[in-house]
Design a protein around this ligand. Structure first.
Ligand SMILES: Nc1ncnc2c1ncn2[C@@H]1O[C@H](COP(=O)(O)OP(=O)(O)OP(=O)(O)O)[C@@H](O)[C@H]1O
Ligand SMILES: [Mg+2]
Length: 267
C-alpha cells in the first residue's frame, strides 16, 4: 500500500495519538519498508515516538496485531512498544524511536558484527507460549521437501525478515524492528534467512553460509536439515517472484536457488 503522512489521518485518530503522547509538534514520514500506511517519527510534548499504522480492514492488519502481541516478549535489541490504538478504521502502534540508519550488509561492513550480536541475543529467546504467533512448520509446509517439515519445528522466537531496512544501526548497536512475522520454530531458520539477505548484499554464497555458521544453531544443524531449508527457501522465493516479478523479487529468487544448490552439496 502507499504510505501517507501522519497529518492525513482522520482528526479523531490524531487526537487519540495526542492523548497518548501530548501535543504533536511535527511528523516526519520514514523511508524504508512498504506495508505500513503510516510510518512516522513524531515530535511530541512527551518526546519522540515512532508511529506505525495500517487501515483496520487491510489484509496485513493481522500481522500488525501479531507484532503488538509479541512486543512485550522481545529482547532488548528491539524498540519498546508504548501503546496500541484501534479506532476509526485504523490500527496504530507507538514505539520507542530508534534514531538510526538501515544496516549495511555489504561484505566487510562494520555493521555485520553488530547484526551478529543482535541475532545472537535473539537466538537465546524462546517463543512465548501464550501469544498467537506463526509456526515455522505451517509457514514452510508448502515449500519444504517431502518428509523434512518436522525439522523446522522448534521453540525459538524467530524474526524471519532480515531485509536491511528492518535492522537499524545506532552507535555500536543493531536494533531489530518490524516484527510482522514473529514465528516459533527451529533456531537455525533465522541465521539462514539472514544468509540469503547477505547474498543479496554481495556476499558470495560461501561467505553468507560462513556467517550463518557463526551461530551454534546453524553450525550444529544436520546438513540434510540445512539442505531442506535451502530447498524450501528457493521454492518460497520462486513462488513470490512468479506472483509478482518485480526485479528485487526475481533477484532474491535467484539468490535462493544459489543457496539451495550450495546447501545441497553441503558447504
Ligand atoms: N522504532 C523505530 N524508530 C525509528 N524508525 C523506525 C522504527 N521502526 C521502524 N522504523 C523505520 O520505519 C520503516 C518502516 O517500519 P517497519 O519496517 O516496521 O514497517 P514496514 O516496513 O512498513 O513494513 P514492511 O517492512 O513489512 O513493509 C523502517 O524501515 C525503519 O526505517
Ligand atoms: Mg520493514
Amino acid at each position: 500500500m502507499s504510505r501517507i503522512d501522519f497529518d492525513l489521518l482522520p482528526p479523531d485518530v490524531r487526537q487519540a495519538v495526542a492523548n497518548k503522547t501530548g501535543a504533536v509538534h511535527q511528523a516526519e514520514t520514514a523511508a524504508g519498508g512498504m506495508n505500513s500506511g503510516i510510518a512516522s517519527v513524531l515530535s511530541t510534548e512527551s518526546g519522540s515516538v515512532f508511529v506505525k499504522g495500517i487501515p483496520a480492514d487491510h489484509p496485513q492488519v493481522a500481522a500488525q496485531r501479531r507484532e503488538a502481541a509479541v512486543a512485550p516478549h522481545l529482547p532488548a535489541s528491539c524498540p519498546r512498544l508504548y501503546w496500541h490504538l484501534e479506532l476509526d478504521g485504523w490500527s496504530i502502534l507507538g514505539y520507542e524511536v530508534v534514531d538510526g540508519r538501515h544496516a549495511d550488509y555489504a561484505p566487510g561492513s562494520p555493521d555485520l558484527p553488530l547484526v551478529e550480536a543482535a541475532l545472537t541475543e535473539l537466538q537465546g529467546v524462546s517463543a512465548p507460549a501464550d501469544v498467537e504467533i506463526k509456526d515455522a512448520v505451517d509457514r514452510w509446509a508448502d515449500y519444504a521437501p517431502a518428509g523434512t517439515l518436522q525439522h523446522f519445528d522448534g521453540d525459538a522466537l524467530l524474526h524471519t525478515d532480515y531485509a536491511p531496512d528492518n535492522v537499524l544501526i545506532v552507535g555500536d548497536r543493531a536494533r531489530l524492528v518490524d516484527w510482522a512475522w514473529p514465528t516459533r520454530g527451529a533456531a537455525w531458520i533465522d541465521p539462514g534467512a539472514l544468509a540469503l539477505r547477505l547474498m543479496d548484499a554481495g556476499h558470495p554464497v560461501e561467505a553468507a553460509v560462513g556467517f550463518a555458521s557463526r551461530f551454534p544453531s546453524w553450525r550444529n544443524a544436520d546438513p540434510d536439515v540445512l539442505a531442506a531449508f535451502g530447498a524450501a527457501t528457493a521454492a518460497l522465493w520462486r513462488e513470490i517472484a512468479v506472483e509478482d516479478g518485480t526485479p528485487w523479487k526475481l533477484r532474491m529468487a535467484d539468490r535462493a536457488t544459489t543457496l539451495e544448490r550450495a546447501l545441497h552439496t553441503g558447504l
